[in-house]
Write a protein that binds this ligand. Structure first.
Ligand SMILES: [Zn+2]
Length: 267
């Protein structure tokens, strides 16, 4: 399912993907010739006419995950416009992706394509966007900041304020660092890839930061009392969520706990 709507100067495309009773929304944003993310290939039939109708002159990918980049190879083949991603994500896009079965079923297959390393500043006809590297959810994650309008295109930096489960490639302490970094910029509206348009974006990100720092503190405290990662998980996250089951427990609160403990040991 696809919905299109306008917010300020931004054309928003909301893609809803469903699988065994779980619905996930992904948003693509288009402003002044710039397309931010290309959406999952499972929505191919709905997305192609939209891409054909928009005057796209360049594409920025917030990170290499398949729900954000799935249509990039189609765009590369049909539009001949530059596609940018953070330099550390270029090789992820060039290779056939090795994603687990359930993610392939949910989002569709990713075909390799050749992006270019993103410059520090993305310029469109009327706007400038500063590129901020914000790892934690993905090593190549970036957000785009426009000073004049106070826009922040946040990719997956926010998503939810109280995440209860993560993938092994994610890290709570790295996320905390990235959110703190973004607070140095004076943004107001947060264009989130999953949660959509959040007019009080700073408050949303502040509540996530607070939550993650609380978790960090609690994990460290329980670790000092002698509890191991598994015991800490049971104490802080006793419930099992649908996403954990769907992913065969590849998505788990244990990864949140481990990312914090590994950081303590490395500190
Ligand atoms: Zn992602």
């Amino acid at each position: 399912m696809i919905q299109e709507f306008q917010h300020e100067d931004i054309h928003c495309v909301k893609v809803t993907v469903s699988f065994s009773g779980i619905n996930i929304n992904v948003h693509l944003y288009f402003v002044d010739g710039l397309l931010i993310d290309t959406g999952p290939s499972r929505a191919k039939k709905n997305l192609i006419p939209i891409f054909q109708s928009l005057p796209i002159s360049q594409i920025v990918l917030t990170h290499h995950h398949e729900d954000h980049t799935g249509m990039s190879s189609w765009i590369a083949d049909h539009l001949n416009k530059p596609i940018y991603i953070h330099e550390t994500g270029v090789s992820d896009c060039q290779q056939p992706s090795n994603i687990p079965f359930y993610r392939r079923v949910f989002w569709g297959n990713n075909t390799p394509f050749q992006p270019e390393p993103i410059p520090q500043i993305i310029e469109t006809e009327n706007h400038n966007f500063e590129v901020i590297h914000t790892p934690g959810h993905a090593h190549d994650h970036i957000v785009l900041f426009n000073k004049e309008k106070g826009w922040l295109f946040g990719g997956d930096l926010f998503v939810v304020s109280r995440p209860k489960s993560m993938f092994s490639f994610e890290s709570v302490p790295v996320m905390v660092k990235s959110i703190r970094k973004v607070f140095d910029y004076d943004f107001s509206t947060l264009y989130c890839s999953h949660a959509g348009v959040l007019v009080n974006g700073k408050e949303h990100l502040a509540s996530k930061l607070q939550y993650l720092e609380d978790i960090q503190g609690q994990v460290k405290k329980l670790h000092q009392k002698g509890m191991n990662a598994k015991e800490i998980q049971k104490e802080l996250f006793p419930k099992i969520h649908a996403m954990q089951i769907l992913s065969g427990f590849e998505n788990s609160p244990l990864h949140m706990v481990n990312s914090i403990l590994n950081n303590v040991e490395n500190a």
